[in-house]
Design a protein around this ligand. Structure first.
Ligand code: ZN
Length: 202
């Protein structure tokens, strides 16, 4: 389900949130995206885009960025030059163990996703873009929830998006998230170090 919105509150962080990057995920992520309002952004800009349904190709696969939707995303990143880039995904419940187990590093070359609460998972974005397109200091986060989530899970997911939308910069974001999810922030820093060396956590 295609959706586009731009919230402009003047100078500040440039944010880009993209939902439903592959398969039918957009049908679930649109429900979270629609709950972000003008008031959630205090300064800077937020561009929100939810993609139409597309063929499922993993974003870890280099071919993804040669697909129509992959190219669309590269265009949006290039056009808006975000300091904060958030991908909204959803997963089938049976994928939970594969997404969160430590051997994900060996299997697909990226660290496991970290659970915030109630099946809401956080991680970095595909190395295909994280290390090739974004700067070291940019904030890049993948946020996953089960597809067709319970109202409780959707609420946690939306609240985290609102924290991201209101964060002024990386420091402010780390402070805010550490207050709510201290253990998860610590784990993410550990994973980032394994994969990226001195790279920032997200
Ligand atoms: Zn996905």
């Amino acid at each position: 389900m295609e959706f586009f919105k731009c919230i402009d509150k003047g100078p500040g962080l440039k944010r880009l949130f993209i939902g439903g990057v592959h398969g039918k995920e957009g049908l679930s992520t649109i429900n979270a995206i629609k709950k972000i309002s003008e008031n959630d952004v205090k300064d800077g800009t937020l561009v929100i885009y939810n993609c139409d349904e597309s063929r499922y190709i993993s974003t870890l696969n280099p071919l993804y960025y040669q697909s129509t939707v992959g190219k669309e995303i590269l265009y949006l990143i290039n056009h808006y030059q975000p300091d904060m880039y958030i991908e909204l995904h959803c997963y089938k419940p049976e994928s939970y163990p594969a997404l969160t187990s430590i051997d994900r590093i060996k299997r697909v070359g990226v660290p496991p996703l970290i659970e915030l609460e109630k099946g809401v998972l956080i991680g970095s974005v595909s190395p295909q873009i994280r290390t090739k397109i974004f700067k070291k200091e940019d904030i890049c986060i993948t946020l996953e929830m089960p597809c067709s989530p319970s109202p409780e899970t959707l609420n946690i997911y939306v609240n985290f998006l609102k924290v991201l939308a209101s964060a002024k910069n990386r420091f402010d974001l780390e402070n805010k998230v550490t207050k709510i999810y201290p253990e998860q922030v610590e784990t993410s820093q550990k994973y980032a170090h394994i994969i990226f060396g001195e790279y920032p956590p997200f």
